[in-house]
Unconditional design. Structure first.
Ligand code: ATP
Length: 323
C-alpha cells in the first residue's frame, strides 16, 4: 500500500524537515511575527496566507536563515539553524524572494552558471543544461536577462532557486504579477516539486491558487491564526454547505429552514439559499421537504465547498477581536 498524502499523516520524526519553533522577530519596537510554530514536511505544499504586513516574508527569511529570530528557533531535521554552517543551509534550502533579481547584463545561461558555481555544484554546465530543459527556457539561454518578459524572468529565477536541487523550497509570492498562463506554468512546477517529495512553503495572496495546490494552509497576522488542511478549516468554521436554487427570490424561505437539524446558518442571495451546518448534506431530504411544503419551486440542490475566501475573511475577522 502506498503512503497516504503527507497532509493526512500525523507528523513523525521523519517528517520533521523544517520546524518553526516559537519564532518571534522584532524590528526595533515592531513585532513582525510572534510565537509562530509549525512544521514543513516532505512532499507537502504549505501555503502561507495573510494580509500585507502579516509577516509572511519575515517568516520565509527566518526559515531560510537569512535573518535571525529575536526568540525561538528554526530547526532543520531537529538541528537548530544557528548550529549549521552557511553552506549546508544553502544546500538544503532554496528560497525565491519576492522580487528576485537576475543579472540583467548576463544571459540566462550565464545567470544560472554563476549560481551553479556559487553553489559549488560538481558539473555546473550540466546542471544548467538540465535546468534549462526542466524549466523550458533552453531556447532563451542566450538572451540577456534584461530582455526577458516577467513570466520568463520568474521561470529563470525559479530555475536558479532549484538549481542545486534543495529538499526544502521557500517561495515568496511566486505567481504575483504573472499572466494566467505563466502563473499556471509556475503552479505546475510547484506541483512537480511536491511530486518529487520536496517540502514547499508558498506565500501567496491568491486564494484560488491555495485551493488548487496547497495541502495545508497557515494563516498569519503577526501570530498564527490557523493551521490545517483547507478541508479542515472549512469544516471548522462552516461545516458543510448545501446550495439550493429556487424559482424567484429565496429570501422568503430563509425562516422556513430556521431550526432544521444539521443546519446552523441560512442565508439567501437572489434565487440561492445557502445552508451551512455540521451535517447539512445529510439533512438535504428534510430541507427539500420543508421548502416544498412552504411552496418553493426547487430548481437544484447541490452540496458545495465554502469558498476559501469566506474561511479566510472569517478567520481574519475573528483574529481582529483577539489583537
Ligand atoms: P506583504 O504581503 O505585503 O508582502 P508580509 O506578510 O510579507 O507582507 P513582512 O514583509 O514580513 O509582511 O512584514 C511584516 C512587518 O515587519 C511589517 O510591519 C514590516 O513593515 C516589518 N518589517 C519587515 N522587514 C523589516 C525590516 N527589515 N525593518 C523594519 N521592519 C520590517
Amino acid at each position: 500500500m502506498g503512503m497516504p498524502p503527507a497532509a493526512d499523516r500525523p507528523p513523525g520524526d521523519a517528517d520533521r524537515m523544517l520546524t518553526a519553533d516559537h519564532l518571534t522577530r522584532q524590528f526595533d519596537a515592531r513585532v513582525a511575527v510572534q510565537d509562530i510554530s509549525f512544521e514543513l514536511r516532505p512532499g507537502e505544499i504549505l501555503a502561507l496566507l495573510g494580509p500585507n504586513g502579516a509577516g509572511k516574508t519575515t517568516t520565509l527569511r527566518l526559515l531560510a536563515g537569512l535573518i535571525r529570530p529575536s526568540s525561538g528557533q528554526v530547526l532543520l531535521d531537529g538541528v537548530g539553524l544557528h548550529g549549521l554552517d552557511g553552506t549546508s543551509l544553502r544546500t538544503r534550502i532554496g528560497i525565491l524572494t519576492e522580487a528576485p533579481g537576475l543579472w540583467d547584463r548576463l544571459t540566462v545561461r550565464q545567470n544560472l552558471l554563476t549560481y551553479a558555481r556559487l553553489h559549488g555544484l560538481p558539473s555546473p554546465s550540466r546542471a544548467v543544461d538540465e535546468a534549462l530543459d526542466l524549466f523550458d527556457v533552453r531556447s532563451r539561454a542566450g538572451d540577456l536577462a534584461a530582455h526577458l518578459s516577467k513570466g520568463l524572468r520568474q521561470r529563470v529565477a525559479l530555475a536558479r532557486t532549484l538549481l542545486h536541487r534543495p529538499g526544502i523550497v521557500l517561495l515568496d509570492e511566486p505567481t504575483s504579477g504573472l499572466d494566467p498562463a505563466s502563473a499556471k506554468e509556475v503552479r505546475a512546477l510547484i506541483l512537480r516539486l511536491r511530486g518529487e517529495g520536496r517540502a514547499v512553503l508558498l506565500s501567496t495572496h491568491n486564494l484560488d491558487e491555495v485551493d488548487r495546490v496547497a495541502d495545508r494552509v497557515a494563516v498569519l497576522r503577526g501570530r498564527l491564526l490557523a493551521l490545517g488542511t483547507t478541508a479542515a478549516l472549512r469544516a471548522r468554521f462552516f461545516g458543510e454547505r448545501l446550495k439550493v436554487t429556487v424559482a424567484g427570490d429565496a429570501q422568503q424561505f430563509v425562516s422556513v429552514l430556521g431550526g432544521s437539524s444539521g443546519v446552523d446558518i441560512v442565508r439567501a442571495d437572489g434565487p440561492v439559499l445557502l445552508a451551512d451546518g455540521a451535517a447539512a448534506s445529510a439533512h438535504a431530504p428534510e430541507i427539500v421537504r420543508r421548502l416544498v411544503a412552504a411552496g418553493a419551486d426547487i430548481l437544484s440542490v447541490h452540496p458545495e465547498h465554502v469558498p476559501l475566501e469566506e474561511v479566510y475573511l472569517h478567520l481574519l475577522g475573528e483574529g481582529s477581536t483577539e489583537s
